[in-house]
Design a binder for this molecule. Sequence first.
Ligand code: 5AD
Ligand code: SF4
Length: 444
Amino acid sequence: MRKIAPPRTYRVKNFGCQMNVYDGERMAELLGEQDITAAPDGEEADLVVLNTCHIREKAAEKVYSDIGRLKRKDGTAPIIAVAGCVAQAEGEEIMARAPSVGLVVGPQAYHRLPEMLSDVVEGKRVTDTDMPAETKFDALPPRRRAGPTAFLTVQEGCDKFCTYCVVPYTRGAEVSRPFADLLDEAHRIVDAGAREITLLGQNVNAWTGEDGKGRAIGLEGLIRELAKLPDLARLRYTTSHPNDMTEGLIEAHAQIEKLMPYLHLPVQSGNDRVLKAMNRSHTVESYLRILERVRAVRPDIALSGDFIVGFPGESDAEFEDTLKLVSQVRYSQAYSFKYSPRPGTPAADMDAQVPPHVMDERLQRLQAALSHGQLAFNRSSIGKRCTVLVDRKGKHPGQWLGKSPWLQSIHFTGEAAIGNIVEVELIEARPSSIGAELLQPAHA
Ligand code: 5AD
Ligand code: SF4
């Protein structure tokens, strides 16, 4: 066995959802504890972590082509670690097919990365796709870094088993992290500079726990407690399932000022037969009723969703129902995808797979409708005054970028700094951003 020099620098490449972004940050911190530092921009790293996503097509193919590209000009390669959901689903195959991969680690096992790296340095190739009972969170070092907006994973996994989805298999069963751990982590990221926290989970609104006094609480209880952190200005949560949208959580949108007026609530289809075949366990009607209740308590709420076009058996008329739903709801923005058969899911074996050209056409029509809706929503915001949390510099001198309470991308020019919360007036609507005028400089 050939020994390898211990890595001194790393790069983490994240694909897919925000949960992967969170995991990527935690892996970076873990490597930092081992005195492995982030490779400076433009420099080759000794260790590259590909933090993969398996939710839609060609994920695995993309991993193989990324692995190929990591070869350096002099023929050497960095230590390659494949993490994330492709690692979980296809770890053994990756090891067999890609000899340059040194380690494969699943989303529930990455706290073992340092030990695995020691094995790799000894010349071994290692795979760990366990879903151990002990949680990785207990083994990870405390958070020390945070930008103005930070993610906090509060719940992982999914018990819903939508027939198209791999998440229940790659991320496992629904597990909520304990309240005390979350409070502690939130404190740390706020101390490190976060002004906004987005609570993450595949089914974030299924989170349950016990508060400091031992009382059972749901996500709204957690939000209420976190809102007490004085230096934290904003809270968000994603992604929710309609069936876990409790009255308490809906009410929280009226009661908790720091909870931003934005709700991402995937529906996937506007047709009840398709929803049933997807095993979504809600109907168009029950979904609309939830939105009505949220709008009743928080009339300005911005609504977002996820859609799949071309689920097996979806007819033209059934697709039209999705367009109807889109115009009825008036989403502020939304995500839409072509159905992609995932190995091992029930829908992959269903008859009447929709031909690709039909899917393409449906996706185009849906995306046109969603963009139209997004522009209309942005136009309806013009003239409003609101806060912006500045998270980046813009391209132009003196220009700043940030997010409105409704998660719109805002740009403005003036005196500000990253992490400031400024007061603006919204002036010019574009399809996916809004130009604003600075009214009141920072209350940092
Ligand atoms: N094909 C296409 N889209 C999918 N999604 C999940 N699984 C699939 C699939 N097999 C979409 C859903 C989900 C989002 C995260 O990804 O819309 O809400
Ligand atoms: Fe996948 Fe459905 Fe679970 Fe969402 S609710 S993660 S789409 S199985």
